[in-house]
Write a protein that binds this ligand. Structure first.
Ligand code: NAP
Length: 275
């Protein structure tokens, strides 16, 4: 029941109405009985600081942050996590005592989703990241923090590949598709195979190059089965789509806001229904 005590959480972005976050987080609040609701708030480009100010003045529970505010929001927060600072990107704003803090939960969400869905521990793995955008940088960093042995970044723009590989420090390097043959885990972070992006039938790499025990992770979740994942399934490779990362990055945010464990199954059901 919504009462005078109910706290507010919201996602800010432009555009933002299409976001799955309200479905996921309202399901989580419902499942745990945590007294909060979650909405979507369109915030014009350049206005992230006003949203942080509103959270501070009106004691909102927290915010998710999407494009185009992920970098701007950091300057408006009192505390920026080392991950968000390194990525120059924040997707979650929350109270840390009397301070407002920003974090980037995508990478941690990926690693938790890999462990939860496929029972794959990133520690010791030789990883290849195909693509080098914002999502790739977050995941590269998290893989290394989770103990990956190596993260090789393969991308058409080599400068961006180098920037992403730098997040893995001495365990990162720029590579090519020849690195696929040795990989334990290969991740697609390009939009190739995504619905509505004009690349629906494209595959980012040839799964025939992979070992039989390699794991394939596609960050795309719409469609649920991209041509890459279909090819991985046909070869009998373990694989996952981007839903796990979507749900677990939200789980990390929920835990920042509430201090309680996220109800993963309720969040998974909500996103499956919303898709
Ligand atoms: P981004 O910053 O725009 O980066 C896109 C990357 O894909 C770049 O490295 C780009 O290469 C590469 N790329 C784009 N078009 C390509 C093409 N035609 N051929 C080869 N490479 C191409 O995007 P992002 O924010 O990192 O997102 C990447 C993907 O991750 C998207 O599919 C997005 O939906 C997904 N994602 C999923 C989640 C989740 O929770 N599951 C979260 C975030 C993102 P260049 O550098 O050479 O341009």
């Amino acid at each position: 029941m919504i009462t005078g005590h109910t706290r507010l959480a919201t996602v800010i972005g432009s555009p933002v109405r299409h976001s799955f976050s309200p479905a996921i987080h309202n399901a989580a609040f419902g499942a745990t009985g945590f007294d909060a609701i979650y909405t979507a708030t369109p915030v014009a480009p350049g206005d992230a600081a006003s949203a942080v100010d509103a959270m501070r003045r009106f004691d909102w529970l927290g915010m998710s942050v999407t494009m185009p505010h992920k970098t701007d929001v950091l300057a408006a927060c009192d505390v920026v996590s080392p991950t968000a600072e390194a990525l120059q990107s924040g997707n979650c704003v929350y109270w840390q005592g009397d301070s407002i803090a920003a974090d980037s939960t995508d990478g941690a969400g990926f690693v938790r989703g890999l462990a939860s869905e496929l029972d794959v521990d990133a520690a010791g793995l030789r990883c290849v990241m195909v693509g080098a955008g914002g999502a790739a940088r977050a995941v590269v960093r998290a893989l290394v923090e989770a103990g990956a042995a190596e993260v090789v970044v393969v991308n058409r723009n080599l400068e961006r590949a180098g920037e992403a590989a730098a997040h893995a420090a001495e365990r990162g390097r720029v590579g090519s598709t020849t690195d696929l043959v040795d990989a334990d885990l290969v991740i697609n972070s390009t939009p190739l195979g995504m619905a509505g992006a004009g690349h629906e039938t494209a595959v980012p790499f040839d799964v025939d190059l992979l070992r039989d025990d390699a794991v394939v992770s596609d960050l795309i979740y719409h469609p649920a089965q991209t041509p890459l994942l279909r090819a991985a399934a046909d070869r009998g490779l373990r694989h996952q789509n981007g839903l796990a990362m979507l749900v677990f990055q939200a789980a990390v945010a929920f835990e920042h806001w509430t201090g309680i464990d996220a109800p993963i199954e309720a969040m998974q059901s909500a996103v499956a229904e919303a898709l």
